[in-house]
Design a protein around this ligand. Structure first.
Ligand SMILES: [Zn+2]
Length: 199
């Protein structure tokens, strides 16, 4: 059932980096929670107290409650991320149970990763219908550092764009009747049919 096309999960680059570090550090599994902003952007991943084995990570209800009580925006904590260590990425029965345990009135983003840098992402909603959108694309959201003006200044200072030298055609006549100057900055000339037919 396709309710919304182009549904995808985005995650802050910083959040993704933390997840990969913790995935590398954990011998087996680990879990973390994260906030979800509008437009389904996962950010601010945080660890909470947990006991993990090589094959399981249990969401300790006391630790979870403590985490949410002390969180400044508990209503924004809508992502659960966990690693399978060296195993593949899939949703185990325990994972499904864990997701049900995190049921809420908006949505839950779940991401499972492993040490091979594989991942799988899904979104679950419970209201007004119980739906699961699985195998969603996961885009890394690169921060905008407002570098456009600086990049433009440096580009103009250092880069001279030269049109490629065009080889004469078979008749020995250049195909394009405009001058090729070394400092040409005007962009490509507009070709119309007359010019394109010029020969
Ligand atoms: Zn799992």
């Amino acid at each position: 059932m396709k309710v919304k096309q182009n549904l995808r999960v985005r995650i802050d680059a910083e959040a993704m980096e933390r997840i990969w570090h913790w995935t590398d550090l954990a011998t087996g599994e680990f879990s973390c929670l994260a906030t979800v902003a509008d437009d389904i952007i996962v950010g601010a991943v945080q660890l909470f107290d947990q006991v993990c084995t090589s094959a399981s990570t249990e969401l300790d209800q006391d630790a979870l409650a403590k985490f949410l009580v002390t969180h400044p925006q508990p209503e924004r904590v809508r992502a659960w991320i966990h690693s399978h260590g060296r195993l593949g990425v899939f949703w185990s029965q325990q994972d499904d149970a864990c997701i049900e345990g995190l049921a809420n009135d908006t949505c839950l983003v779940s991401i499972v990763v492993n040490k091979k840098r594989e991942w799988k992402a899904r979104i679950d909603v419970w209201q007004p219908l119980r739906l699961t959108f699985d195998d969603l694309p996961l885009d890394i959201s690169v921060p905008d550092h407002n570098l456009r003006a600086e990049c433009e200044r440096l580009f103009n200072a250092h880069v001279v764009e030269q049109l490629p030298m065009l080889l004469p055609d078979l008749h020995g006549v250049p195909r394009h009747p405009f001058p090729l100057t070394p400092n040409y900055r005007g962009g490509w000339p507009d070709f119309d049919d007359d010019v394109a037919d010029w020969r």
